[in-house]
Design a protein around this ligand. Structure first.
Ligand SMILES: [Zn+2]
Length: 619
């Protein structure tokens, strides 16, 4: 039905355009998908370039300034932007102030900001200020940073939060270039998803340029007392002073990762690949902001054991940033491809077995997610229908791990050589454009399956619930050994001390902890902790899975409750904290969850807050 609606609309637009413009001026109207998460009408008028001039005010905890757009104009009556909880002060068209309107406020989408234009309009400027309800921005006080001396600001745009700090046509299918002038306090450095300064200057004024067109959710800003350290001429890291050497050590393989990625799917299109390690309240593991990945400090483990996160964000430089999901219903095109690509990078660097361990962890996550959705099977389709919902609802293991399993099964079916040729061509032909699920399936059918006469149940994977029967089995020999040890431990043929002495890597330890049998006695559980000291784990991933098991097993010895409290008070990574709050809830300890959450909530970013509020049914 949507396709029909769009076609009718397009015909009408074509008619209007051909009536109102001469043959010479006739513009090609791009086709856009129906994005129910944006008010923008790009078929009528669309922004192509943004000039952003802003001040970051730490005292007021807001951003104020002007967003000036160069537009492409097909109909010439109005241009519609998305704005959420913004104070709009003025709108001008080609320098002349105009009367704008703000539509009704929707709790998820915000408001439509409509600005009248004419057929000849070229530039629209909006002067505005953010409010204390902005969801993208998180202003941190010095106490919440690593160095504890200066405040910090970070933004998170995905999925539809950019509209809470910039009035913008906030649909992933809209691509624009941007330049920015950002004024920050003199003792802080500003960096963006753009060409970046590598050191502080004296006046706190920084200019940025992103010359490749990107989707609005990828516009990002971080402001703090940051320093830069190069890894290779085109890769490097930003972090606070006390963290920079640790971060530099942890991510030493970044250039190797870029090389591995390029040899698979073609040249890196964004020139520079840097990572900034943020304070622990950052709600995600990483965010693939082009040229400047944002990362959580929880992956700085000291032993390079959690760096697959960097491979993941790097992989997004192709899947996501170069070829972008057209709407959030197509999110699996961003994430499924990225997990597949991440595993290929990790395999190229550290071997098949390592990649299989990572994939096995994802496979277990997927099984758990499908169980979570047992009363909501349509949520396990790859292609989603998130109309009327927050697109964050679709950001779960289905897009990532079912998407991965689909592509890996496809790879095994068609053979790796053909798969690689297909994917390289796919990224090359569709670079700097957006992709719907339907367009991808068409492309897959013609360019891979029909060409090679291969029968594959694509629709089953994409439009049906659960995991199709032809899914490949993911096996890891090292995990097999862990599972054997668990069996022996359960039978009592191996002691806890011996388990701890095994030369297991981090992934094996994680697999072990996650698979501790439900019925194991509290005595054995306690002995295990005393022997292996998991309650004091410094690796954040180990700590998280152990704390989850401690809650599951009603375990309270070795000060574990205090450790869980501290963890939830400092870390704001949504995946970690939601796992633990969920465990409390599942084990009838909602009161404990609420007690900790009340203290911890002010430390979390709105992305995490929204999830936990809903989970614990508070606020
Ligand atoms: Zn991702």
């Amino acid at each position: 039905m949507n396709i029909l609606k769009n076609t009718a609309f397009l015909l009408l637009t074509l008619l209007i355009v051909s009536c109102s413009t001469t043959k010479k001026e006739k513009k090609t109207i791009p086709t856009y998908a129906n994005d129910t998460h944006s008010y923008a009408k790009p078929n009528e008028a669309v922004a192509k370039h943004l000039q952003l001039d802003i001040n970051v005010n730490f005292d007021k905890k807001n951003i104020s300034g002007t967003a000036t757009y160069t537009i492409e104009n097909y109909v010439g009556t109005e241009i519609v932007f998305d704005a959420k909880n913004l104070k709009i002060q003025k709108a001008t068209v080609d320098g002349n102030e105009v009367k704008y309107t703000l539509g009704a406020n929707d709790a998820v989408l915000g408001q439509a900001l409509t600005i009248p234009i004419s057929a000849s309009s070229k530039e629209v400027a909006i002067t505005y200020e953010t409010t204390d309800k902005t969801e993208a921005l998180q202003f941190l006080n010095p106490q919440q940073t690593a160095d504890k001396e200066h405040p910090f600001l970070l933004t998170q745009g995905q999925a539809i939060l950019t509209r809470t700090w910039i009035p913008i046509q906030d649909s992933p299918q809209i691509r624009l270039t941007y330049n920015a002038n950002v004024q920050v306090p003199k003792d802080l450095l500003a960096i963006m998803s753009a060409e970046n300064p590598k050191a502080k200057n004296e006046n706190g004024q920084y200019s940025f340029k992103m010359k490749q067109p990107i989707s609005p959710y990828l516009i990002a800003l971080a402001v703090g007392d940051l320093v830069y350290k190069e890894i290779s001429p085109r890769t490097g890291v930003y972090a606070e002073k006390s963290m920079i050497d640790k971060v530099h050590y942890e991510f030493a393989d970044m250039e190797k990762m870029v090389n591995a990625a390029e040899s698979l799917y073609g040249a890196y299109a964004w020139d520079q690949f840097d990572v900034v390690v943020l304070p622990p309240s950052f709600p995600f593991g990483g965010m693939e902001n082009p040229r400047l990945t944002f990362a959580t400090p929880t992956v700085i483990a000291g032993d390079r054991s959690l760096t697959s996160l960097v491979a993941h964000e790097l992989a997004h430089s192709w899947s996501g940033n170069l070829v972008t999901n057209a709407t959030w219903n197509d999110f699996w095109l961003n994430e499924g491809f990225t997990v597949y690509f991440e595993m290929r990078i990790m395999e190229a660097l550290y071997g098949k077995e390592y990649a299989n361990m990572l994939a096995s962890i994802g496979r277990q996550d997927l099984a758990e997610e499908i169980e979570n959705f047992k009363n909501q099977p349509e949520a396990t389709h790859l292609k989603l229908d998130l109309k009327g919902k927050n697109p964050d609802d679709g950001m779960n293991s289905i897009a990532y791990d079912k998407g991965y399993l689909f592509l890996r099964t496809l790879e095994v079916t068609v053979g790796r050589a053909k798969m690689d040729v297909f994917l390289k061509e796919y990224f090359n032909k569709n670079a700097f454009s957006t992709m719907t699920t339907e367009k991808f399936i068409d492309y897959l059918n013609t360019e891979l399956l029909q060409k090679n006469n291969i029968d594959f149940n694509v629709d089953n994977w994409v439009y049906k619930a659960g995991i199709p029967k032809n899914a490949v089995k993911i096996q890891s020999d090292k995990f097999q050994k862990v599972e054997e040890a668990i069996e022996q431990w359960e039978k009592g043929t191996i002691k806890e001390e011996e388990l701890c002495k095994k030369n297991w890597n981090i992934q094996q330890k994680i697999h072990f902890i996650r698979n501790i049998p439900v019925g194991i006695s509290l005595e054995k559980f306690t002995k295990l902790d005393t022997a292996c000291n998991f309650s004091n784990a410094t690796n954040s991933y180990i700590a998280m899975v152990w704390f989850e098991q401690a809650i599951n097993h009603d375990y309270h010895a070795n000060n574990v409750d205090t450790h869980i409290d501290n963890f939830l008070m400092t870390v704001g990574r949504r995946w970690y904290v939601s796992t633990l709050y969920k465990a409390f809830k599942r084990n009838n300890r909602l009161e404990d969850a609420k007690r900790i959450y009340e203290k911890a909530r002010p430390n979390y970013h709105s992305v995490t807050v929204n999830t936990i509020d809903a989970m614990l049914e508070v606020y």
